[in-house]
Design a protein. Structure first.
Length: 174
């Protein structure tokens, strides 16, 4: 998928972010079918999350954390750092963001965790709740995206980009 440029460790991550943003534009195109838009939404979530995992894996490689090569979730990478008794500024940033319910990194992590147990990455952001009967009647069950979903995905892309910039500075510094 992405290739890493040897002189710049974060270039492959920026490429994935670019793919996520490009796919987000396609999700916004209402002329696509509902299934296509849901699949594209899932791909956006996957690309954004893979950037975060890539940041954590780069930090693990730099700090020589054993066994990081096979880890594909932020939680598993945090555990690997904890088990190795390694403290890195990059992982501290990611762990703090993942633990904060108001942070979009938390939301991305939850989206990917839910998708792993679901039939695929294509799922709506917030399904209708039983206690909100009016919303159940008003909401179109065939709409591929819930209200505010595109904005949340765009904000998540911005948050991931900010973390790449912050963590990239640490990677160059160390």
């Amino acid at each position: 998928m992405s290739r890493m440029v040897r002189e710049n460790e974060t270039s492959g991550l920026r490429e994935r972010l670019f793919f996520g943003r490009t796919l987000l534009k396609r999700v916004s195109d209402e002329s696509g079918s509902a299934g296509e838009r849901l699949a594209l939404r899932g791909a956006v979530v996957f690309h954004l999350y893979s950037v975060l995992v890539g940041l954590a894996r780069e930090a693990a490689r730099s700090y020589q954390v054993a066994g990081y090569q096979d880890l594909i979730s932020l939680a598993a990478l945090e555990a690997a750092f904890r088990d190795a008794a390694v403290d890195s500024p990059e992982l501290r940033l990611l762990a703090r963001a993942r633990a904060d319910r108001a942070d979009l990194v938390f939301w991305l992590d939850q989206e990917l965790r839910a998708a792993v147990g679901a039939a695929g990455l294509a799922r709506r952001a917030a399904p209708p709740q039983e206690q909100d009967g009016l919303a159940l009647r008003v909401e179109d069950p065939y709409a591929p995206l819930a209200s505010g979903d595109l904005e949340r995905l765009a904000q998540a892309a911005d948050r991931v980009e900010a973390l790449v910039a912050q963590c990239g500075a640490y990677m160059e510094e160390w």
